[in-house]
Design a protein around this ligand. Structure first.
Ligand code: BDR
Ligand code: CA
Length: 311
């Protein structure tokens, strides 16, 4: 059966690959809409990049909505130092012809969850959780209508990538992340612990490049943004974070994790946005998320290559 999803995103090259993976998989996934949020780069660019990616995939009928341009309670922090000035540095693609939809992304999320049967829409956040947190705050009734939230964010063993303690998506809007974690919805988390095991090695990237135009663009994106992590970690490639969310919908068996309690640090400046994951179950706090810890990286890249070849 086709799974209905909303992709909430701040493209970003890895977000872009995740969008391509979803759009390449219409038999399993129906993308009800893509909601852009400020994150890797400011909102006008994430919205533009989302439309560029839809056009690259030849899926110009995909609806793209603009959402929040700043976190719920803090100043926006961006990551041009990883993703480049445009957020999508790599092969330069044409400006999009697609227009954004009239509705605000938060209203689209609320109206869609209210209109669709309960338990039939999955939210896939790939950036700061501002749009989802705002929607839950504005319309608490929608929380129980969500089928599942599968998000990229947080870390346990790998700890932080933007500070020593925090992963970027959660760090940028910890208040929104806290609302989501306390929502009572079914939540599956793809943290750095997973994406740091899915590295863009040379053979994997060359397999993309051999696919034709879409594959060449994807290879140029990963070539661009992996340099940052390769220098930082001394690894043979960069982590491909966000596509793990869509891969999980297509092939959940690629991942293993634990159903545990995960809380968000809001108070400390030192550890702001830390995902305090009770991996060893040392507290009696109730589990609220499935926190993934491992990935079959070969299977993940095989899936990506096979699907990108369809575009
Ligand atoms: C996350 O932050 C962004 O830079 C990436 O797009 C990903 O969603 C990884 O920490
Ligand atoms: Ca992202």
């Amino acid at each position: 059966m086709t799974r209905k999803i909303i992709i909430d995103t701040d493209p970003g090259q890895d977000d872009a690959v995740a969008i391509l993976l979803a759009l390449a998989s219409p038999e399993e996934i129906e993308v009800l809409g893509i909601t852009a949020v400020a994150g890797n780069v400011p909102l006008p660019l994430t919205s533009k990049n989302a439309r560029i990616v839809c056009e690259l995939a030849g899926k110009t009928g995909t609806r793209v909505f603009e959402g929040c341009d700043r976190p719920m309670a803090r100043d926006l922090v961006t990551a041009e130092y990883v993703h480049g000035k445009t957020g999508l540095d790599g092969i330069v693609l044409p400006d999009p012809k697609m227009q954004v939809q009239d509705a605000h992304a938060v209203d689209f999320i609320i109206e869609t969850l209210r209109a669709e049967p309960a338990g039939s829409v999955t939210l896939c956040p790939l950036g700061p959780l501002t749009n989802i947190g705002t929607a839950f705050q504005k319309a608490p009734d929608i929380k129980e209508k969500v089928q599942e939230i599968v998000l990229m964010g947080g870390a346990y063993f790998e700890v932080g990538n933007v500070t020593p303690a925090a992963e970027f998506n959660i760090y940028v809007d910890p208040e929104a992340a806290d609302i989501v974690m306390k929502s009572g919805a079914k939540i599956t988390i793809m943290p750095l612990d997973v994406s740091h095991k899915a590295l863009t090695t040379r053979p994997r990237i060359e397999a993309f490049r051999a696919l034709g135009h879409v594959g060449e663009v994807v290879a140029s994106w990963t070539d661009f943004f992996e340099r940052f992590d390769m220098e930082k970690y001394g690894s043979e490639g960069g982590p491909l974070h966000d596509p793990t969310v869509i891969a999980y919908l297509l092939k959940p068996d690629l991942f293993t994790g634990r159903h545990i309690n995960v809380e968000i640090e809001l108070q400390s400046d030192l550890t702001r946005g830390m995902t305090v994951a009770d991996w060893w179950r040392v507290t009696d706090r109730a589990p609220n998320a499935t926190f993934m810890g491992d990935i079959d990286a070969e299977g993940f890249f095989a899936l990506l290559t096979e699907r990108l070849a369809r575009l």
